[in-house]
Every structure is written in structure tokens, then in C-alpha cells.
Design a protein around this ligand. Structure first.
Ligand code: SF4
Ligand code: SF4
Length: 380
């Protein structure tokens, strides 16, 4: 399995163009793009944040890719289903905030088809049926253009997780409930990657997000772009760059178990020097190194012990009240209905919380953080 990495120091059209050509070259560039095709670019447009916040795929990179595809005579549709509503008004507001109007000027159509379709995928491990965004039926191939960020629930958001954006935003909470633990949720993500099989996945790691990601963290310069035909192989390299063990990225573990990815980076064919981009002190989400409990326990005692440990040692969302503006977005988005607003502050019913970290991901002020209990930190 091949992964390519190239230097891209800044978001300038010239640097972006050179880096994209370099990372795509080992896969034959874009020779597979033919005149008359329609290529879908699945970007990461998680919410209405400006590109400088490093929450979304940067428009300069997207523009250069769009121009490269258009020069081969193909059309481009760019889209994503962010968290929240999936309709014309909401998504177009996100296009504006994330700089996607420049992608339109570069020759892409911004997706305006907000239909939802049903898929049946009997070979799936978890998502044998699911709802997806209908615009993907209108494209001949998908390019998965993700952003490298930390993530509250699964440690890292990169290529594999980006494909969760094929699920309409309004139905995403239901998926957290249907796949309530990290293992089943990760299996579902890998199923989506397998079903849609992006032709190539690219990572925007020019500036990534560290800390309280994937929306409220801090931008961190990395200076790289990477690509692979396998989103999981690409994620293995991304994990190395930000210094998170693949064991603490459940989507990677799910892919490794299915032989979709080797378990170590040494088994990959890497084109480019990854080491120069590795950041040893990249700040991970608190809890991304958390201990695994009850994995595979079969006996009643083992399961009971696992549950008890999980309850006391697992990371949980925690409010930093001083940063909270009382907007109630967390209560609205919580799939488990575990949050109630009291005196304009969210209160979490711990016994109802399924630790999906949607409240942390979609808090507009970053007031909800991932909290790892003191004892878990000590035990680590
Ligand atoms: S979404 Fe964030 S700011 Fe809004 S109420 Fe919840 S914690 Fe407070
Ligand atoms: S409180 Fe937060 S982490 Fe818990 S279920 Fe609700 S959204 Fe998910």
C-alpha cells in the first residue's frame, strides 16, 4: 500500500499546486480523470468556521485540485454534509464561511442537491443499511479531501472519518445512537469508506488542528499534504505525524482487523520523508491515550469489571462554564438527550451519556472539553 507525502509550507496557489502534483504523481496523477466525467470532491466542511480556524479543508488546496481536474475536461461537484441541518440555507451559509465560494470561482459546482438516499450494504460489518447524501449518485468518482485534526471520540479525524460526511447531518445523531461505542461506530465508518471507495484520499496537513478538536482546537502548522488510494493507510501516516498511537485510533484498529491496512507504518510504501513532518509535542485530545477496557472479555466477571472500569476511567465531556454562552446547541445535538439546560448552562446526565462527544464537537465556543479522570491519567 502506497502513501505519498509532500511539503507544502503555506496556503499559496503555487505551493499547493506543486505539492498536489507531487503527492498525486505516485498514483499516476489524475490520468484516470477523463473528459466528460464528473468528479465529486468530498471536503471536510464540518461547520461554519473560517479557513484560519483549521477546522475545514482549506479552499486554496481545493481550488488547485479543481483546476487540475477541470483542465482534464471533467466537471467537479464539491460537497459535504456538515453537522446540523442539511438544507440549502444552512449548507450555503457554511460554503460562504469556509471559503467555498472561491472553489466555485475555480470551476466547481457547490452541491445543491440535498436529497437523502437509502443504501443496502449486506457485506458491511456494522452499517448494513444506511442513509447517504444523494449528490454522490451524480458523480463518477469521489476524491476524499480531508483535514488532519484531533477528535474527541476517536482520537484523530483524517481520511477515514471524513467519509462520515456522506451521512446527512440531520441523521448523524441517530448513527451515534445506533453505533453507541467507539468500536461499532468505527466499524460503521470503515463500512462507509468501503461502500463509497474514494478513488483517492488527500489530507490537508498544511495547518492541522491540535488540542480540543475537531472544531475547537488550535491550529498547528505541519507543512504537509499526503495522499493514498487507501484512506486507512493514509491515516496510519497521519497518526505518525501527530504522534498518536494507531491503537488509540479506533477507526484504524477497525480497518487493521479487516486487513484493509497493515498494523505498522513500516509495512507501507511511503514516497516522501514523513519524519520531517512529525510533531512530537502535538497536543492530542485529552483522553486520546485512554486505556482500553473490556476488549474481548467473555466471562460475566470480565464484562462486569470492564463496565466498572469504563465508568470510572473513561473520558467524558466536561463543561468549562466560563466559556459557555448558554446557546443550548449541545443539548439540541445530543443524540442521547442527556443534556438539559439549567440556568442557561448545560447539565449532563452521566448515566445517559454515550460519550459520542457531539456536544464537544459542535459547541461553537469550545466550552465543552474532553475530560480524562485523574485516576486514568495516573494509571497511564
Ligand atoms: S453548545 Fe457550548 S456554549 Fe452552547 S450551551 Fe453548550 S456548552 Fe454552552
Ligand atoms: S452529553 Fe455529549 S457526549 Fe454525552 S451523549 Fe450527549 S452529545 Fe454525546
Amino acid at each position: 500500500m502506497k502513501v505519498s507525502v509532500a511539503k507544502c509550507s503555506q496556503y499559496s496557489p503555487e505551493d499547493a499546486h506543486i505539492a498536489l502534483q507531487e503527492v498525486l504523481a505516485p498514483f499516476g496523477g489524475l490520468v484516470w480523470v477523463r473528459e466528460g466525467m464528473t468528479i465529486g470532491i468530498k471536503a471536510n466542511l464540518v461547520t461554519y468556521f473560517h479557513p484560519e480556524t483549521a477546522a475545514t479543508t482549506h479552499p486554496v488546496l481545493l481550488c488547485e485540485l479543481i483546476k487540475m481536474i477541470r483542465s482534464r475536461g471533467a466537471d467537479v461537484i464539491l460537497g459535504d454534509s456538515p453537522g446540523g441541518l442539511y438544507n440549502h440555507f444552512y449548507v450555503n451559509r457554511i460554503y460562504s464561511a469556509t471559503g467555498m465560494k472561491s472553489a466555485e470561482a475555480a470551476g466547481a459546482k457547490l452541491n445543491q442537491d440535498f436529497s437523502a438516499k437509502q443504501a443496502s450494504f449486506p457485506e458491511a460489518k456494522a452499517a448494513t443499511t444506511f442513509t447517504y447524501t444523494g449528490w454522490l449518485d451524480n458523480v463518477d468518482a469521489i476524491i476524499n479531501f480531508a483535514k488532519l485534526k484531533t477528535h474527541g471520540m476517536i482520537g484523530m479525524s483524517a481520511a477515514a472519518k471524513n467519509m462520515f460526511g456522506v451521512v446527512p447531518g440531520t441523521t448523524k445523531p441517530e448513527y451515534h445512537y445506533r453505533f453507541p461505542n467507539t468500536e461499532s461506530f468505527s466499524d460503521m465508518i470503515v463500512d462507509l469508506d468501503e461502500y463509497f471507495k474514494p478513488r483517492i484520499s488527500i489530507i490537508d496537513a498544511v495547518v492541522g488542528m491540535e488540542g480540543n478538536g475537531p472544531t475547537a482546537g488550535t491550529p498547528r502548522h505541519i507543512g504537509a499534504i499526503a495522499a493514498s488510494e487507501s484512506p486507512h493507510a493514509l491515516d496510519l501516516v497521519c497518526a505518525k505525524i501527530i504522534g498518536i498511537s494507531s491503537e488509540n485510533v479506533p477507526t484504524l484498529q477497525a480497518a487493521i482487523k479487516r486487513n484493509l491496512c497493515p498494523s505498522t507504518i513500516g509495512e507501507l510504501e511511503i514516497i516522501g520523508d514523513v519524519e520531517q513532518f512529525c510533531i512530537p509535542d502535538f497536543k492530542l485530545v485529552d483522553g486520546a491515550r485512554s486505556l482500553q477496557f473490556n476488549s474481548g472479555a467473555k466471562s460475566k466477571f470480565g464484562k462486569f469489571t470492564g463496565k466498572v472500569l469504563k465508568r470510572f476511567l473513561a473520558s467524558v465531556p466536561k463543561l468549562h462554564a466560563a466559556e459557555c454562552i448558554g446557546c443550548a446547541e449541545c443539548a439540541r445535538i445530543c443524540p442521547a438527550k442527556a443534556i438539559t439546560m439549567k440556568k442557561r448552562k448545560p447539565v449532563i446526565a452521566r448515566d445517559q451519556c454515550i460519550r459520542c462527544f457531539c456536544c464537544q464537537e459542535f459547541c461553537p465556543k469550545g466550552a465543552m472539553k474532553v475530560h480524562r479522570p485523574w485516576i486514568a491519567r495516573k494509571l497511564e
